[in-house]
Ligand binder design. Structure first.
Ligand SMILES: Nc1ncnc2c1ncn2[C@@H]1O[C@H](COP(=O)(O)OP(=O)(O)OP(=O)(O)O)[C@@H](O)[C@H]1O
Length: 510
């Protein structure tokens, strides 16, 4: 089969970073080609070259056998290439129809023909089985719906190559199913599809072939992904063997340190109570919308509570705001930490040190800088944050590495007693997950309470000493590690009638 898309010795350099270093591989029409690699391996950079956002510093890009040089995103679109980026590009004030036909709106007597636009887009949406009104404003749609608009736009532009950069990271299970159906249909129609994800399960479910990147280099292309064992993919990505990614260590834990008693608020259903012991990792599982993040926000004083008490080591934690929770030693690393926590133009070191700086003013400016530099370097090494140096602006790091920096900020919080992590490994590669799990266990071993909220069931089961399950805004059950099987947890988490009847086969990681 002739290659439709070919990268030949492609290079892209940034100051101090070889983002792509002589990468060659081909993708075929009617193929879903997965791109795998650790955070910062160069996957998004490759898509930006394909989409005309970056010019390569060397090498060639061939589309349907012809060498192409894109000066802008417009050139790439004209050559039949569409990129569905992590951060979707759309105009929020415009309607679905106007976004899909952006720059190509039909006209009548020199005026925009909105009726015709509506009809064309309605037909296309119906043809691809997406239930959306062409008149809806993009600003009023969910992320999944906006993504569908982008895909519809790509199809309307007759794109032959459609590349997806981590498309499922914010989608629910059902939305993911719709996306998968669309991708499979596009494959059946002979499109060339490029698919980036850190979730091995979905890569296996969707991709025919895959290429693995590490440190800006191509490691290998597998023409038949299904034939490649998971361990092999992981070791090729991370460059080392990872036998137990969760790094779970049996440890005795102490008395109940954190007592949450009858906590109540707008987004939970009735008073909620639970305890966490010193040295314990407590997993919180539930479907999206089960109320886990909301309960954690109440505990952290981020949302107003209508009732209940939080006791830490027997003393009531002051209400008011997160400052009171932090002063007591409780920190919450939020789910949407990129939106909430990032100081885009500040350096990696500054982003790590924000809260430490607030607390630690000893010894004058020089010593403070020295301490902060040492702390930043420690976390860059411990979490393997890929950055040329600690002074790099955080916005120049890859998505996953930005996540790691924000996580480091919370892990570095002095006086930490209760660490709450909401979806700590979303968008993070498998090697870095292992680093984060190791640190979670280290924090617990120091006698802290750790609460991990996650939608990844294998992750919750892999790292937790105990699992609490939430459903429809309330805690609905609790399982010690020994009894926390996938079947039992899902039985509690899923609505009645949907719970698995027979035990599920044990799933693997990532
Ligand atoms: N504009 C830029 N300036 C400087 N460095 C950059 C720039 N864009 C990317 N990089 C660097 O290039 C490398 C590759 O980044 P890229 O975003 O392609 O990684 P990735 O494989 O997509 O990672 P992730 O899985 O975290 O999204 C990283 O070290 C990143 O910090």
């Amino acid at each position: 089969m002739a290659a439709y898309l070919e990268f030949d010795q492609v290079c892209k350099f940034f100051p101090g970073v070889k983002a792509l270093n002589g990468v060659s591989f081909s993708a075929h029409a009617g193929q879903v080609h997965g791109l795998l690699g650790e955070n910062g391996a160069g996957k998004s950079t490759l898509l930006k070259i394909l989409g005309g956002q970056y010019k390569p510093d060397g090498g060639r890009l061939l589309v349907d056998g012809k060498e192409r040089h894109f000066g802008s995103a417009k050139d790439a679109i004209a050559a039949g290439i569409a990129i569905i980026h992590q951060e979707l590009q759309y105009v929020p004030e415009l309607t679905v129809a106007e976004n899909v036909l952006l720059g190509r709106m039909p006209t009548r007597f020199g005026l925009l023909d909105k009726k015709k636009a509506h009809r064309i887009v309605a037909e296309k949406l119906a043809a691809i089985g997406v239930d959306l009104s062409p008149d809806a404003r993009l600003a009023d749609l969910s992320i999944a719906q906006r993504q569908m608009v982008e895909i519809c736009k790509a199809i309307m532009q007759d794109a032959q190559v459609i590349a997806f950069d981590e498309p499922t990271s914010s989608l629910s299970h059902r939305e993911t199913e719709i996306l998968f159906r669309l991708v499979k249909e596009l494959r059946a129609n002979g499109r060339t599809l490029i698919y980036i994800s850190h979730r091995l399960e979905e890569l296996y479910a969707l991709c025919d072939a895959c290429t693995i990147f590490r440190d800006g280099r191509k490691i290998v292309t597998h023409d038949v992904m299904a034939d490649v064992p998971r361990d092999r993919l992981i070791s090729d990505m991370v460059g080392r063997e990872l036998s137990d990614i969760y790094d779970y260590r049996e440890r005795p834990y102490g008395a109940a340190r954190l007592q949450v008693q009858g906590l109540n608020g707008k987004h939970v259903k009735g008073p909620q109570s639970f305890v966490v012991h010193g040295g314990e990792v407590l997993g919180f599982f539930g479907l999206v919308g089960a109320g886990r993040s909301e309960l954690m926000r109440l505990l952290y004083n981020a949302d107003a509570r209508t009732g209940g008490t939080v006791l830490l080591d027997g003393a009531a934690v002051a209400t008011g705001g997160p400052a009171e929770a932090i002063a007591a030693g409780i920190v919450l690393c939020p789910e949407d930490r990129k939106e909430q926590g990032i100081l885009a133009t500040a350096s990696v070191a500054e982003n790590i040190n924000i809260s430490v700086r607030r607390n630690d003013l000893r010894g004058g400016l020089f010593l403070r800088h020295k301490r902060e530099a040492a702390l930043a370097d420690e976390f860059i090494a411990r979490l393997r944050i890929k950055t040329p140096h600690r002074q790099q602006e955080i916005r120049l790091l890859s998505g996953g590495n930005q996540q790691k920096v924000i996580l480091a900020r919370w892990l570095a919080e002095p006086g930490l007693k209760v660490l709450i992590l909401d979806e700590p490994t979303r968008g993070i590669d498998v090697g870095a997950k292992n680093d984060i799990y190791r640190i979670i266990h280290e924090v617990a071993e120091r006698g802290c309470c750790v609460i991990v909220v996650s939608s990844e069931l294998p992750e919750v089961l892999g790292i937790s000493d105990r699992v609490i399950v939430m459903r429809e805004g309330a805690i609905c059950g609790e399982l010690p590690r020994a009894q926390a099987s996938e079947t039992e947890v899902l039985r509690l988490a899923l609505p009645d009638g949907l719970a698995p009847a027979a035990p599920l086969p044990e799933r693997s990681i990532a």
